[in-house]
Design a protein around this ligand. Structure first.
Ligand code: C2O
Ligand code: CU
Length: 458
């Protein structure tokens, strides 16, 4: 029997307080509808409104909340673009619910709706976004958080989802229309010039002194990666990466590429100064408008006499099949681009490839770059043969990161998106236990101009 549908949505921006210890603060209004529509947001408090696309009127990033194992049922209505689908990033859903146009479903045409139904095996922090004309649809704001709750409430006073997104705005605070820029597509993708968290520039989240808060940070940018720095906090603990538990450890700067997430537990001090979380990367696209992600403000009376002294407990493990590294079959995955692509591809706006295959989001081409046998273990040795970074995302599966040549990443953790630095490499291992034709692509959405392929599990 199917269990009762339990699905709630909420505005990601509602930072709420609780005065009762150990009560979760994931807020919800009982709706299971996402309505992609044109609306507007005040990204900069006091600034002019920006026309955006959103899954909910006058709000950014509705949060869907479900319990682990419970069936979600979400109807999506498309009122913005010619075509749309929604992909549940990081969830191991049945292939026909994965939201990849022409591969797992026909697109939702403008004015039409589609109902997604699936249960999540895994608890944790995930997100959702369209998989059609993604650079533009995500770039204009169509993203949302997807929280799958552990069966037993995790012992924190508050649970705050923080969806980071950058925007490319012109001087009138409107989104620049340059989504098809061949320069962006063939270089680092489309980076914004303003970074917001929950749709607000430099928001402040207030919590009582001595409270313990779980922060779920989601990178929903189309190209930007960042490395949050918690050095203004005395007690910040990393408890999950890309949705899945890690042994709780003092936070060290961790890279969150497009599509990636971390869960960090912070103990709020008894001081009056806000604590800032800054992006410590200082690259070509960093500025004052992009580097301050959000602040935590201790506010109100202390929730207890002193801060909790025990370290935050480990989250329960998710039911992931462990790859057998001795029996695993090894595949090389090579990411190429630039001059390797040849003039005829480049003239068509195809700039990238994976093992020689160049798909785009609307390709009807379905020939897999690799075919895998169901329930067999695999190791992918991913080699980045380009001078640009590529966060590589595999649908329908969660892999173990064995190694990655990126100093702000680690090894032996579960993930669905592995960040390849320029000319870097990474080894990942997994059990091919989800049948179907699965997208495998770069999450710099402008790189969907070729850096996408299909992996078959049969
Ligand atoms: Cu988050 Cu195929 O994408
Ligand atoms: Cu890429």
């Amino acid at each position: 029997m199917q269990r009762r549908t339990f699905l709630k949505t909420a505005f990601a921006s509602s930072a709420m307080l609780t005065t009762t210890p150990f009560v979760q603060t994931l807020f919800a209004s009982p709706t299971n509808r996402l309505h992609a529509q044109k609306t507007s947001l005040n990204l900069v408090p006091g600034g002019s409104a920006t026309d955006v696309w959103s899954f909910q009127k006058n709000s950014f990033s509705p949060v869907l909340v479900a319990e682990q194992g419970e069936e979600l049922s979400v109807s999506v209505k498309n009122d913005v673009d010619k075509e749309m689908t929604v992909h549940w990033h990081g969830l191991r859903v049945p292939n026909e619910m994965d939201g990849v146009p022409h591969l797992t479903q026909e697109p939702i045409l403008r004015g039409e709706s589609f109902r997604y139904q699936f249960a999540s095996h895994d608890a944790g922090t995930y997100w959702y976004h369209p998989h059609t004309n993604s650079a533009e649809q995500v770039g204009r704001g169509l993203v949302g958080a997807l929280i799958i709750k552990e069966p037993k409430d995790y012992p924190v006073d508050a649970d705050q989802t923080i969806v980071v997104k950058d925007w490319r705005l012109n001087r009138r605070f409107q989104i620049s229309n340059s989504f098809k820029s061949w320069h962006d597509m063939s270089h680092a993708g489309r980076w914004g010039n303003l970074v917001t968290a929950n749709g607000i520039y430099r928001p402040t989240f207030s919590f009582p002194p001595h409270s313990r808060v779980r922060l779920r940070i989601i990178n929903s940018c189309a190209a930007r990666d960042f490395v949050p720095n918690f050095s203004e906090f005395d007690h910040a603990t990393l408890i999950a990466i890309d949705g899945h538990p890690v042994p709780p450890q003092p936070y060290r700067p961790w890279l969150i590429g497009p599509g990636m997430r971390i869960d960090v537990v912070v103990d709020v001090p008894a001081q009056r100064k806000p604590l800032r979380v800054l992006d410590q990367t200082n690259g070509l696209f960093s500025s004052e408008m992009t580097s301050h992600l959000f602040s935590i403000q201790p506010e109100g009376s202390a929730i207890r006499a002193s801060r909790l002294k025990d370290s935050p407990p480990a989250l329960p493990e998710n039911p992931l099949a462990k790859p057998d590294l001795n029996l695993a079959k090894v595949h090389q995955i090579v990411l190429s681009g630039g001059m390797m692509m040849g003039v005829s591809n480049i003239m068509r706006g195809v700039f990238w490839s994976i093992n020689g295959v160049s798909m785009t989001e609307v390709s009807s081409y379905k020939k897999p770059i690799v075919s895998l046998k169901k329930n067999q273990s695999y190791i992918f040795q991913i080699v980045n043969d380009t001078g640009f970074a590529h966060p590589i995302h595999f649908h329908g599966h969660t892999f173990q990161v064995l190694s990655a040549s990126q100093k702000y990443l680690g090894e032996n953790y579960w993930s669905d998106t592995i960040f390849l630095s320029p000319f870097g490499r990474a080894d990942v291992a997994f059990v091919a236990d989800n049948e179907g034709l699965w997208a495998f692509h770069c999450h710099v959405l402008g790189h969907l101009s070729g850096m996408m392929g299909v992996i078959e599990v049969a």
